[in-house]
Design a protein around this ligand. Sequence first.
Ligand SMILES: Nc1nc2c(ncn2[C@@H]2O[C@H](COP(=O)(O)OP(=O)(O)OP(=O)(O)O)[C@@H](O)[C@H]2O)c(=O)[nH]1
Ligand SMILES: [Mg+2]
Ligand SMILES: [Zn+2]
Length: 373
Amino acid sequence: MPVALADLGWNHEFEQEFAPYAANDWVPARLIRDNKITYGALTVEKGRFEEYEVVMSGKVYHDAATDADLPAVGDWVALELGDEDHDTVIRARLSRQTCLSRKSAGHSTEEQVIVANPTVVVVVTESGPDLNLRRMERYFTVIGRSGARAVVLVNKSDLFAADQNQAAVEAIQGLNPDAEVHLCSAMKPRIFKQTLKPYLTKGHTLAFIGSSGVGKSALINELLGDEFQFTGEVNEITGKGRHTTTARELMVLRKGGIVVDNPGIKEIQMWTDETVLRERFADIEDLAMQCRFQDCKHGKDVGCAIRIAVEEGRLDQERHLGYLKLDEEIAKLLKRKKTRQMTVERRFKRDHKIKARNRTDRMEYEQDLRPRA
Ligand SMILES: Nc1nc2c(ncn2[C@@H]2O[C@H](COP(=O)(O)OP(=O)(O)OP(=O)(O)O)[C@@H](O)[C@H]2O)c(=O)[nH]1
Ligand SMILES: [Mg+2]
Ligand SMILES: [Zn+2]
């Protein structure tokens, strides 16, 4: 069966925006992989998918005011096809119709695009230790902003008791009545595929996110069927293959629908906002208000309400330790932000230098042209 760009998510609005580029003989393609310096891009030629390794043009790079403006997996771009001597080049990026990104409030330079143009964001979790309702709230916030629908899969149902699974589904549903929350297991692929079927429409993009090890790739593998097999290393302890996804990748399903596998999101890396970090320990901060001394370090201090809560078993010791490391964590975070800011500034400076150099070149050139006296 011949394929068309619509199988990749192409639609009327993209086509309209692309019209001026078509006049240059550029071709529309969707970015499926980010290799840092190059990208993988998928297009359709003569009814078949064709993949190219492509680079960004200087203009696309320089026009990007922030990292978030740079092409990302899921983006539609205009390609100028190369030949033996020339790279295939991204000449333009089309506007995003939806966009899953993380953004710390007020710092637009720090926005990071996770997936461009998703139709549905599938959050994978479990009813076991990975379940974290606060984190789930954060996911709902970013999905809400993305313009995509939210679907949550409570995976690994085979590993946990039925009432525990049910309670997890209800708690997540309670956070967001608009989200669609389903129980599933990669060990029961038939039922799982049935669950996702309504979302796997031709041209619809499903972006899978969630912590490392929750089963995103295992579930995607089931959807891909024979088309795809991981060649992961074998875990010496369990003897099972375990492949940690290291790069985001967009894949087209033969029966319709597009999936994007993402590396597991490390919570700290993902939501590095001081407030968010503090939010995770809101209950402990409440306890801290009850400490006897205002400057309590919450260690061995007399009358420390936090320590007493640990001793009485009302507070998990690990969480207490995590809380004690919070300031350290925030300091690290601020340092990282600063480094980031410096990179951005350096880039502006460099761009400025290039411009200045171009100007000098031009002036010298014009001088050369001037008739000599
Ligand atoms: N019992 C059980 N094991 C599962 C299920 N889903 C996934 N697993 C196992 O969990 C492990 C991790 O699964 P992956 O699919 O690699 O997890 P991931 O979310 O892609 O992880 P990252 O790529 O690191 O982000 C693998 O050994 C899977 O076989 C499930 O429903 N039940
Ligand atoms: Mg994976
Ligand atoms: Zn204290």
